[in-house]
Design a protein around this ligand. Structure first.
Ligand SMILES: C[S@@+](CC[C@H](N)C(=O)[O-])C[C@H]1O[C@@H](n2cnc3c(N)ncnc32)[C@H](O)[C@@H]1O
Length: 183
């Protein structure tokens, strides 16, 4: 018997591939607003990893700012669109199809890791993502995380309706211990 809660999706890749069917971009082609508002953190020639990058709106934007960008997502359909968007915008993003637990997180490799909306992750998976993100940072690097707090559950405008998938400050505690935080 295990005390771990059941996975949130039976078939995450299948679920997201279905959501990304068609030519429309589910989350648009402009970057996440919070990420864009923190654009000054990202400098040309930095190497950045975009986790669960979906259809590429964030990775392509970062590549357009002159960063060297790696990205991955579990959904092949999302990655295919991200690749197309990069070509359309004339930028290079190294996109791979991968689950966050099987991705090769290269230690001390990135100046920044970008994590935007990972409500797919239960607390245990989220802790592994944060720990891997920290491990693959170069000294002085940073992790940029955008997520819903439990307030989002009241709005009912998107994201999963499960408080365990929401991001609270305490989520960062152990995996990102020793990191300084800023909002
Ligand atoms: C809410 S979307 C956010 C996409 C992107 N970060 C953005 O801001 O547009 C969540 C993404 O997580 C991806 N995903 C779900 N489970 C995953 C897993 N286990 N490993 C990697 N990616 C996953 C989905 O395919 C989807 O693209």
């Amino acid at each position: 018997m295990t005390s771990e809660a059941p996975p949130l999706f039976e078939d995450p890749a299948g679920t997201w591939n279905a959501r990304y069917e068609g030519s429309e971009f589910r989350f648009g082609t402009t970057p996440n607003a919070w990420l864009e508002s923190h654009g000054s953190l990202f400098q040309p020639d930095q190497r950045v990893l975009c986790v669960a990058d979906g259809e590429g709106r964030n990775s392509v934007w970062l590549a357009g700012r002159g960063l060297e960008v790696d990205a991955f997502d579990i959904a092949e359909a999302g990655v295919a669109k991200a690749r197309r968007l990069a070509v359309e915008r004339g930028v290079k993003v190294n996109c791979t199809v991968s689950d966050c637990d099987s991705f090769t997180w290269q230690p001390r490799h990135y100046d920044a890791v970008v994590i935007v909306f990972i409500q797919f992750a239960d607390p245990a998976k989220r802790a592994r993502i944060f720990a891997n993100a920290k491990r693959c940072l170069k000294p002085g690097g940073f992790v940029a995380v955008q997520g819903y707090t439990t307030k989002q559950l009241e709005y009912k405008t998107g994201g999963r309706r499960a408080s365990r998938t929401c991001t609270r400050k305490r989520c960062f505690g152990r995996p990102l211990a020793t990191c300084r935080s800023r909002s």
